[in-house]
Design a protein around this ligand. Structure first.
Ligand code: KIV
Length: 261
């Protein structure tokens, strides 16, 4: 049975933490879904970890739809959410509706995610909600604003905390079904989590959120650069390199394929 928006809400009320991760293709989605991940995000971070771009900004709506179709094919249980790429929703609520509508119609995903808490993003969330499209908000460090904010921790002074509180209240009032809180002090994320009735998903935001989300390539030790808050659970990059080196050696020394009758 697929995880639903209602289920996420119930888990917040029950204090049952939500496990979320990113996926960029069918193979990764199958592993995550089979392992019990509750929410799979087709994050625009795939621009960096899967496509080799320096930031998330070059990713287009067509690009993410292509990846999201594969992720949905590999998922049976988890709720699948898809990032709306840079400049595919900030212009107007109508632009956000067209982009989100394409994502849901063409991929079969269940929800979209939008970065920021400015009035234009809040208006976009309200429009999507009005039209029945579940929208996840994303506050704190927002990688699509890298050229303005950098990758710095947010909410580190009273003005920054007040801004986060205002934005969190606004996205929730607009109908967001959940909010990602990225790279902020744990007590700030805890205060936001307690104030909101929608689930919070933390990434570098401490242990008090309603759930956690990480970029899967980071968790697996498969990214060239990893943010300071990531826990690396495996060294997949090293394992793959060793396997491929062993294959090259076998081929070059004529040990593979074996000469079987
Ligand atoms: O794009 C992404 O992977 C994300 C996560 C970092 C939450 O937005």
């Amino acid at each position: 049975m697929t995880v639903t928006v209602r289920q996420l809400q119930q888990w917040k009320q029950q204090g049952r933490p939500i496990a979320a991760l990113t996926a960029s293709d069918w193979a990764i989605a199958r592993v995550l879904d089979g392992a019990g991940v509750d929410l799979i995000l087709v994050g625009d971070s795939l621009a960096m970890v899967a496509l080799g771009h320096a930031t998330t900004l070059p990713l287009t709506l067509d690009d993410i739809i292509h990846h999201a179709k594969a992720v949905v094919r590999g998922t049976q249980r988890a709720l699948v959410a898809v990032d709306l790429p840079f400049l595919t929703y900030q212009e107007s609520p109508t632009q956000a509706l067209r982009s989100a509508g394409r994502v849901l119609q063409e991929t079969g995903a269940h929800a979209v995610k939008l970065e920021g808490g400015s009035p234009s993003v809040v208006a976009a969330i309200a429009k999507l909600t009005e039209c029945g499209i579940p929208a996840i908000a994303h506050l704190g460090l927002t990688p699509q604003a890298v050229h303005r904010l950098g990758y710095r921790r947010q909410g580190t002074d009273p003005a920054g905390v007040a801004r986060l509180q205002t934005e969190a209240a606004a996205v929730a009032a607009a109908g967001a079904i959940a909010v990602v809180l990225e790279h902020m002090p744990a007590p700030v994320a805890q205060t936001l989590t307690q104030a909101l009735t929608i689930p919070t998903l933390g990434i570098g935001a401490g242990p008090h959120c309603d759930g956690q989300i990480l970029v899967t390539h980071d968790l697996l030790g498969w990214s060239p650069v990893v943010p300071p808050f990531v826990k690396t659970y495996a060294a997949i990059g090293d394992i793959m390199r060793q396997a491929v080196q062993a294959y090259c050696q076998d081929v070059q020394s004529r040990h593979f394929p074996e000469d079987k009758p």
